[in-house]
Design a protein around this ligand. Structure first.
Ligand code: ADP
Ligand code: MG
Length: 342
């Protein structure tokens, strides 16, 4: 070991992963895709198996002061299902690993599993295993999800081509705005425990933060419409950051239009109330778990009337860069701020 010490924050999460991934030499021909997409792809005969894993830590990813345990269980599954969806695959199994501190009772763990089983029901997946251990530092939940697809149905981050149309599902920014509200109300409560948090007005945004839904509905609809996205990624770190991932993996640029970006009215109004710029929330808010994907122009008419798919821009040559065209017509360079924990 050399004496040199590099802070993780110097590389950032993605820089660190890139660095570590250099050592991952693929030895098995069945490993069709390793590190670098929403899920790994493994050859499984007629079909491929897609695998994705995520880790949720108390104090980093969730705060039990305002997170109901059933919601947390649901979210832990949904965020993994979202990665399977982002490969255009169908989730089939999950494993769940827990590290529990002695603060947790059997009833509390059961409440967590209520949500895990609700998600298993909703997404049609089977819980097939996991691991349970003690924790000295709060609750840790790790979920691994597996899914299936035919090879030709997969959508990688790397498939976007010049002139493809950039699409996003649902609306963006709600989860970040919801988090700000939950944090605000927590502070109000801590300074005066007699005050009842005022949350009724904010159920859309807080609901999105606490219990996000993976867009499997869209994946099934795309199949029915006969559309295979040329590339896809789920929006876990913010639209801008995901555009960077997609463009980097595909070797392309992108132009998006501010007036096409989908934002819910409650998200917009609440952002304004919090003195946040709604467009910044849309671009950099994490944890929306919507899908960002590209389609070939020939598929546009198949999706044109879809109420929950928004056409936000198009793919350009790499050297044209990544730009947001504002409502006034100015092109500004997109910065990938993302939602970084380091
Ligand atoms: P996502 O947000 O879709 O879950 P991430 O940004 O977490 O994706 O990860 C990007 C890629 O890096 C994925 O292929 C993931 O499996 C891989 N990855 C993340 N952390 C590690 C690690 N510590 N070791 C090896 N691969 C990793
Ligand atoms: Mg992902």
């Amino acid at each position: 070991m050399s004496e040199k010490r590099t802070e993780i924050s110097e590389l950032g999460e993605f820089g660190l992963i890139d660095q570590l991934a250099k050592g991952a030499l693929i030895k098995n021909p069945s490993t069709l895709k390793g590190i670098g997409d929403d899920g790994a792809v493994l050859d499984a005969g007629d079909q491929v198996t897609v695998v994705s894993t995520d880790l949720l830590l108390e104090g980093v990813h969730f705060d039990l002061a305002y997170t109901p345990l059933p919601h947390l269980g649901f979210k832990a599954v949904a965020v993994n299902v979202s990665d399977i969806a982002a490969m255009n695959a169908i989730p089939t199994q999950i494993t769940v690993s827990l590290a529990l501190s002695n603060r947790f009772s059997v009833e509390a763990v059961q409440a967590l599993y209520e949500g895990i089983y609700a998600a298993c029901e909703q997404y049609g997946v089977d819980l097939v295993g996991g691991d349970t251990t003690a924790s000295r530092s709060g609750l840790v939940i790790s979920v691994t999800a597996m899914g299936q697809a035919k090879k030709e149905q997969l959508s990688y981050r790397s498939g976007a081509k010049e002139n493809d149309i950039l699409c996003v599902t649902g609306d963006l920014g709600a989860a970040l705005v919801g988090l700000q509200i939950l944090e605000r109300e927590k502070q109000v409560y801590l300074s005066n425990p007699d005050m009842k948090p005022e949350l009724e007005k904010y159920t859309v945004v807080t609901g999105r933060q606490l219990r996000p839904d993976a867009r499997m509905d869209i994946i099934h609809e795309l199949r029915e419409l006969g559309v295979v996205p040329s590339s896809m990624i789920d929006i876990s770190d913010g639209l801008a950051s995901e555009i960077f991932h997609l463009c980097k993996a595909s070797g392309v640029g992108a132009t998006i239009y501010e007036d096409k970006l989908p934002i819910d009215k409650q998200t917009f109004d609440t952002a304004v109330e919090l003195n946040l710029d709604p467009i910044t929330c849309v671009l950099n808010g994490g944890e929306d778990y919507e899908l960002l994907f590209t389609i070939d122009q020939k598929d546009f008419t198949k999706l044109e009337k879809h109420p929950d798919v928004h056409f936000i821009g198009h793919i350009t040559k790499a050297e044209e860069g990544k730009f947001l065209v504002t409502k006034s017509g100015t092109a500004v360079q997109i910065k990938a701020q993302g939602w970084k924990h380091f």
